[in-house]
Design a protein. Structure first.
Lengths: 168, 494
């Protein structure tokens, strides 16, 4: 099976094949001499590669995993060929809409604009409070406020739609 | 000595206090909010009292509920930890009025130092230098703009009732002042119930240093030297050390005396910290924190004295029992704060369930934590999960030891500040001691990786393959629902 693996923003092609019960792995066309052991089912993993030992921790799901190795954090995105095609289509629609999405979980403290307002890039749209800090969420580009999806006092999650902007 | 004390806090500091109290043979009453029912401080105390509620305002900030718990379970004294009600003079008074002992400074000293505008006045009067700025709080953004023009840009807007990095904004030109005033004032109002702000000159390449002091009730006071706290993000400390590279024995003696003078000026008692800015070989008074500091362990490791034990002894009326000449500093200690936040993404808060935990150990390592496997990290509380402390004979060895410990550490399920601390410790400028409070901003934390991407990519793919395999076996939701479906098909029995 072929996977597209993005590690900290850099993409690699990983080919995984099972031969006589043994997993064989190729990264970017290069076969790796690699032994993989799971310590527990919580994500502690030992990898032996060319005699070197790597104590990894892996958490996440099929699409996105957080891999820690010797204190270094790796943001890993995983796609097989079918998922890759589906994601490419999704990304194309996302770009077309001007949604400002929540970048952190928090509570909306105040909304500083109203529907129909013209805003400039960098202008604060609303204030989000998280872990006792208040953060201004600014307009990524100039435009008009087409819709507000949240109200003051509302708790929002990462990726939640906050405001929709349209090109003015 | 007390038989039983109540700890009006949560998380790592509540557990930190429980540990010393237990060593002193004192029983501990913990209080806890609904989300903290399984928390470590709840488990490790002798008695745990539910406060019923989720948000700080309904739980750890409720004086009535906390005092009721103290009364019902026979507490003789209350330790407030840091944050929450620790610098609330009203709480200190209420504790005393309830006939209990307050493990902290007198309410009058909290008031004098807690109001940043008043404390700056008091320090100027006592002959301690302060950063140039407005002595009074400013009314609104327009007034701030006028005042800022006189002080000169860049300026810092700060909460009059503030502390802990909340309600602070740096403004570099007049155009930014309205927006900065709004967020800083809002933050101050929600954190301290007081939205007043004052202005201060923003010093270039400043270092943030602080002096730990201890005063007993009998007029004895000592300082326990300095802590270097310049490694900060969003005005909140990330990594602290003792001693500081800008201090030698003579500086320590001189600045220590200034700190003692500042504390004496307000009739101080118990443990406190005088925060100073160091810029171009000059020291300026910043504020005094009238409580135990988050970073107190580095002082404990180097002086060999347990500050919580000293706090409890002082509150019980005991004499300090040692003089300034008895205080010694040995070796070097570094603390790293493990916050639930994402350094690669502007240190934004990170939430989740801690599903995986690998904790460091070995020589010279201390871990003060509130962290456990299965812990839910939400946005209702401070993001501090744990403090990792390394001690060694020299600064270089302490850095090497801390790097080693951070490499052993893994907190899975949330992002933590650990990679940022690692980046700081590995930076040659930090190793040479060349840094100020803006140091962290000069490191590109998004571009870092360990150079093992191939191994990581291969391991992640095998992990996903195994995960899919496990889900296909017995534990998958599909097999459970087929069993349910059959029992439903059979129908209820008469």
């Amino acid at each position: 099976v072929k996977y597209f693996v993005t590690v900290n923003g850099r993409e690699h092609e990983v080919l995984l094949s099972e031969r006589a019960g043994t997993l064989e792995v190729e990264v970017d066309g290069k076969p790796l001499d690699l032994r993989y052991e799971e310590v527990d089912e919580l994500g502690q993993v030992v990898v032996l590669r060319d005699g070197r030992s790597y104590a990894l921790s892996i958490e996440g799901d099929e699409a996105r995993a957080a891999v820690t190795l010797a204190g270094h954090f790796h943001d890993v995105r995983l796609e097989d060929e079918r998922e890759r095609a589906a994601h490419a289509a999704e990304r194309a629609t996302d770009r077309a809409s001007g949604d400002v999405l929540g970048v952190m979980p928090g509570v909306v403290v105040a909304i500083l604009v109203k529907k129909g307002d013209a805003v400039e890039a960098g202008q604060p749209l609303l204030i989000l409070s998280a872990m006792k800090m208040q953060n201004e969420i600014a307009a990524p580009a100039s435009g008009t406020v087409a819709d507000l999806h949240v109200v003051a006092g509302q708790a929002v999650a990462v990726g939640a739609r906050l405001v929709t902007l349209t090109d003015s | 000595m007390f038989r039983r004390i109540l700890i009006a806090n949560r998380g790592e500091i509540a557990l930190r206090i429980v540990r010393t109290a237990r060593e002193m043979g004192i029983e501990c009453i913990a209080v806890f909010s609904e989300p903290d029912a399984r928390a470590l401080h709840t488990r490790m105390a002798h008695v745990a009292v539910p406060l019923g509620g989720r948000l700080p305002a309904d739980t750890y900030l409720r004086i009535d509920k906390i005092l009721d718990a103290a009364r019902r379970f026979g507490a003789e004294a209350v330790h407030p930890g840091y944050g929450f009600l620790s610098e609330n003079a009203k709480f200190a008074r209420a504790v005393r009025d309830a006939g209990l002992v307050w493990i902290g400074p007198p309410p009058e000293a909290i008031e004098a130092m807690g109001d940043k505008v008043r404390s700056r006045r008091a320090m100027q009067k006592a002959g301690v230098r302060v950063v140039p700025g407005s002595l009074d709080s400013v009314e609104d953004a327009a007034a701030a703009k006028k005042e800022a023009a006189e002080i000169g840009y860049p300026i810092a807007l700060k909460a009059a009732a503030g502390g802990g990095g909340k309600g602070i904004r740096v403004v570099r030109d007049a155009a930014q002042i309205a927006s900065a005033f709004r967020t800083a004032s809002g933050e101050a109002a929600s954190a301290f119930g007081d939205g007043r702000l004052y202005l201060e000159r923003f010093l270039e390449s400043p270092r943030h240093v602080e002096i730990q002091v201890l005063f007993d009730r009998h007029g004895n006071g000592v300082h326990l030297g300095e802590r270097e706290c310049s490694i900060q993000r969003r005005h909140q400390k990330l990594l602290e050390e003792c001693p500081s590279v800008v201090f030698d024995a003579a500086t320590r003696e001189r600045i220590g005396a200034v700190a003692l003078q500042a504390a004496r000026a307000v009739g101080y008692e118990n443990a406190g910290t005088v925060e100073l800015l160091h810029s171009k070989d000059e020291f300026f008074f910043l504020e005094m924190n009238t409580r135990l500091q988050v970073e107190h362990p580095v002082t404990e490791m180097v002086t060999g004295r347990d500050l919580v034990r000293e706090q409890i002894r002082i509150a019980a009326g005991e004499e300090l029992g040692f003089a300034q000449a008895d205080v010694e500093w040995r070796g070097h200690a570094i603390e790293v704060r493990l916050n639930a936040e994402d350094p690669a993404n502007g240190f934004l808060p990170s939430t989740g369930v801690v599903g995986n935990l690998r904790l460091p150990g070995g020589p010279g390592i201390r871990l003060d934590l509130g962290l456990y496997r299965g812990m839910e990290v939400g946005v209702d509380y401070d993001p501090l999960l744990a403090k990792l402390v390394a001690w060694a004979e020299t600064r270089d060895l302490a850095i090497a030891r801390m790097i080693r410990a951070l490499q052993e550490l893994d907190v899975g399920g949330v992002r933590t500040s650990a990679p940022a601390a690692l980046a700081v410790l590995e930076d040659p400028r930090f190793r040479r001691g060349e840094f100020d409070t803006h140091f962290l901003e000069t490191i590109d934390l998004s571009a870092r990786h360990g150079g093992e991407d191939e191994t990581v990519a291969a391991a992640a793919v095998i992990w996903r393959h195994r995960l899919a395999g496990r889900r296909a076996l017995g534990t998958s939701p599909a097999s459970q629902s087929s069993w349910l479906a059959r029992s439903r098909a059979e129908g209820p029995r008469p």
